[in-house]
Design a protein around this ligand. Structure first.
Ligand code: ZN
Length: 177
Protein backbone atom coordinates (compact mmCIF):
# COMPACT_ATOMS: atom_id res chain seq x y z
CA UNK A 1 0.00 0.00 0.00
CA UNK A 2 1.41 3.40 -0.85
CA UNK A 3 1.35 6.37 1.51
CA UNK A 4 -1.70 7.87 -0.16
CA UNK A 5 -3.73 4.73 0.41
CA UNK A 6 -2.51 4.41 3.94
CA UNK A 7 -3.47 7.97 4.75
CA UNK A 8 -6.95 7.55 3.34
CA UNK A 9 -7.42 4.25 5.11
CA UNK A 10 -6.32 5.81 8.38
CA UNK A 11 -8.65 8.71 7.85
CA UNK A 12 -11.61 6.46 7.30
CA UNK A 13 -10.74 4.15 10.17
CA UNK A 14 -10.32 7.06 12.53
CA UNK A 15 -6.59 6.57 13.04
CA UNK A 16 -4.09 9.40 13.17
CA UNK A 17 -3.09 10.57 9.75
CA UNK A 18 0.47 10.89 8.60
CA UNK A 19 1.06 14.29 7.12
CA UNK A 20 0.74 13.22 3.53
CA UNK A 21 -0.97 15.21 0.84
CA UNK A 22 -2.99 12.27 -0.37
CA UNK A 23 -5.33 14.62 -2.19
CA UNK A 24 -2.63 15.78 -4.54
CA UNK A 25 -2.81 14.18 -7.93
CA UNK A 26 -0.67 16.70 -9.74
CA UNK A 27 2.46 15.35 -11.21
CA UNK A 28 1.52 11.71 -10.77
CA UNK A 29 1.27 9.36 -13.65
CA UNK A 30 -1.05 6.86 -12.12
CA UNK A 31 -3.80 5.49 -14.28
CA UNK A 32 -6.99 7.13 -13.04
CA UNK A 33 -8.79 3.81 -13.26
CA UNK A 34 -6.44 2.25 -10.71
CA UNK A 35 -6.73 5.30 -8.56
CA UNK A 36 -10.52 5.19 -8.54
CA UNK A 37 -10.93 1.52 -7.80
CA UNK A 38 -8.45 1.73 -4.93
CA UNK A 39 -10.30 4.70 -3.45
CA UNK A 40 -13.54 2.81 -3.77
CA UNK A 41 -12.07 -0.26 -2.07
CA UNK A 42 -10.67 1.73 0.81
CA UNK A 43 -13.84 3.69 1.41
CA UNK A 44 -15.94 0.55 1.24
CA UNK A 45 -13.61 -1.12 3.72
CA UNK A 46 -13.96 1.75 6.16
CA UNK A 47 -17.70 1.36 6.46
CA UNK A 48 -19.12 -0.57 9.39
CA UNK A 49 -18.39 -4.26 8.88
CA UNK A 50 -21.14 -6.82 9.25
CA UNK A 51 -19.55 -8.33 12.31
CA UNK A 52 -17.97 -6.69 15.33
CA UNK A 53 -14.21 -7.37 15.14
CA UNK A 54 -14.11 -7.83 18.89
CA UNK A 55 -17.04 -10.13 19.69
CA UNK A 56 -18.07 -11.34 16.19
CA UNK A 57 -21.70 -10.39 16.74
CA UNK A 58 -23.70 -9.00 13.82
CA UNK A 59 -23.63 -5.22 13.84
CA UNK A 60 -26.85 -3.74 12.58
CA UNK A 61 -28.17 -1.29 15.10
CA UNK A 62 -27.81 2.46 14.76
CA UNK A 63 -25.99 2.42 18.08
CA UNK A 64 -23.50 -0.09 16.70
CA UNK A 65 -22.73 2.22 13.80
CA UNK A 66 -22.15 5.08 16.20
CA UNK A 67 -19.82 3.03 18.41
CA UNK A 68 -18.03 1.59 15.39
CA UNK A 69 -17.19 5.06 14.15
CA UNK A 70 -16.15 6.25 17.59
CA UNK A 71 -14.41 3.24 19.11
CA UNK A 72 -14.06 0.54 16.45
CA UNK A 73 -16.36 -2.01 18.04
CA UNK A 74 -20.07 -2.62 18.68
CA UNK A 75 -22.32 -0.99 21.28
CA UNK A 76 -22.26 -4.09 23.53
CA UNK A 77 -18.46 -4.12 23.50
CA UNK A 78 -18.44 -0.46 24.51
CA UNK A 79 -20.81 -1.25 27.40
CA UNK A 80 -18.45 -4.04 28.50
CA UNK A 81 -15.46 -1.77 28.11
CA UNK A 82 -17.01 0.95 30.28
CA UNK A 83 -18.13 -1.66 32.81
CA UNK A 84 -14.57 -2.96 33.12
CA UNK A 85 -13.31 0.56 33.60
CA UNK A 86 -15.79 1.15 36.39
CA UNK A 87 -14.90 -2.16 38.04
CA UNK A 88 -11.22 -1.30 38.07
CA UNK A 89 -11.92 2.28 39.14
CA UNK A 90 -10.52 3.71 35.96
CA UNK A 91 -13.68 5.10 34.44
CA UNK A 92 -13.22 8.60 35.88
CA UNK A 93 -9.71 8.66 34.50
CA UNK A 94 -10.86 7.59 31.04
CA UNK A 95 -13.73 10.11 31.09
CA UNK A 96 -11.47 13.00 31.87
CA UNK A 97 -8.61 11.80 29.71
CA UNK A 98 -7.85 13.25 26.35
CA UNK A 99 -9.07 10.16 24.49
CA UNK A 100 -12.35 11.70 23.42
CA UNK A 101 -10.93 15.11 22.64
CA UNK A 102 -8.19 13.56 20.54
CA UNK A 103 -10.81 11.54 18.74
CA UNK A 104 -12.78 14.70 18.10
CA UNK A 105 -9.84 16.47 16.50
CA UNK A 106 -9.16 13.41 14.35
CA UNK A 107 -12.76 13.38 13.15
CA UNK A 108 -12.60 17.09 12.35
CA UNK A 109 -9.43 16.48 10.37
CA UNK A 110 -11.07 13.59 8.51
CA UNK A 111 -14.04 15.73 7.54
CA UNK A 112 -11.68 18.43 6.33
CA UNK A 113 -9.66 15.96 4.28
CA UNK A 114 -12.66 14.51 2.52
CA UNK A 115 -14.07 17.97 1.86
CA UNK A 116 -10.73 19.01 0.37
CA UNK A 117 -10.79 15.96 -1.83
CA UNK A 118 -14.34 16.74 -2.94
CA UNK A 119 -13.45 20.33 -3.74
CA UNK A 120 -10.52 19.20 -5.79
CA UNK A 121 -13.00 17.61 -8.13
CA UNK A 122 -12.00 15.78 -11.23
CA UNK A 123 -8.55 14.45 -11.90
CA UNK A 124 -6.39 16.27 -14.38
CA UNK A 125 -3.34 14.55 -15.83
CA UNK A 126 -0.81 16.83 -17.46
CA UNK A 127 1.63 15.28 -19.90
CA UNK A 128 4.37 17.31 -21.53
CA UNK A 129 4.11 17.04 -25.31
CA UNK A 130 6.93 19.26 -26.39
CA UNK A 131 9.37 20.24 -23.63
CA UNK A 132 10.97 22.92 -25.79
CA UNK A 133 7.81 24.80 -26.62
CA UNK A 134 6.28 23.93 -23.25
CA UNK A 135 3.24 22.39 -24.90
CA UNK A 136 1.29 20.04 -22.69
CA UNK A 137 -1.53 17.62 -23.16
CA UNK A 138 -4.16 17.79 -20.43
CA UNK A 139 -6.49 14.91 -19.88
CA UNK A 140 -9.40 15.22 -17.46
CA UNK A 141 -10.89 12.20 -15.78
CA UNK A 142 -14.11 12.59 -13.92
CA UNK A 143 -14.33 11.18 -10.44
CA UNK A 144 -16.43 8.05 -10.49
CA UNK A 145 -19.96 8.82 -9.20
CA UNK A 146 -19.81 5.76 -6.92
CA UNK A 147 -16.64 7.12 -5.32
CA UNK A 148 -18.31 10.48 -4.88
CA UNK A 149 -21.21 8.75 -3.21
CA UNK A 150 -18.91 6.86 -0.86
CA UNK A 151 -17.24 10.12 0.09
CA UNK A 152 -20.65 11.66 0.79
CA UNK A 153 -21.62 8.68 2.92
CA UNK A 154 -18.32 8.86 4.78
CA UNK A 155 -19.03 12.53 5.50
CA UNK A 156 -22.49 11.72 6.85
CA UNK A 157 -21.01 9.04 9.13
CA UNK A 158 -18.25 11.37 10.28
CA UNK A 159 -20.66 14.20 11.03
CA UNK A 160 -22.83 11.81 13.03
CA UNK A 161 -19.74 10.67 14.89
CA UNK A 162 -18.81 14.27 15.60
CA UNK A 163 -22.29 14.90 16.95
CA UNK A 164 -22.14 11.92 19.28
CA UNK A 165 -18.64 12.67 20.47
CA UNK A 166 -19.74 16.21 21.34
CA UNK A 167 -22.75 14.80 23.19
CA UNK A 168 -20.53 12.32 25.02
CA UNK A 169 -18.00 14.95 26.04
CA UNK A 170 -20.80 17.22 27.24
CA UNK A 171 -22.38 14.39 29.21
CA UNK A 172 -19.08 13.44 30.83
CA UNK A 173 -18.29 17.04 31.70
CA UNK A 174 -21.71 17.37 33.28
CA UNK A 175 -21.18 14.22 35.36
CA UNK A 176 -17.89 15.44 36.73
CA UNK A 177 -19.26 18.74 38.01
ZN1 ZN B 1 -18.72 -6.31 19.84
Amino acid sequence: MNSEDRALKNILQGKPVEKVAWVGYEGKKQKPGDQKSRLTDIMAEARMPWFCPKCDKVMKKKLDNKMWTLFGHCFDCQVDFEHDLRTTGKFEEWQSSKVLRNKKSIILEQIQSIENWQQQGDLKVVEPVNPESGAVHIETYEVDPATKKLAEQALIDLNNALQSINDTIEKFDGQRK
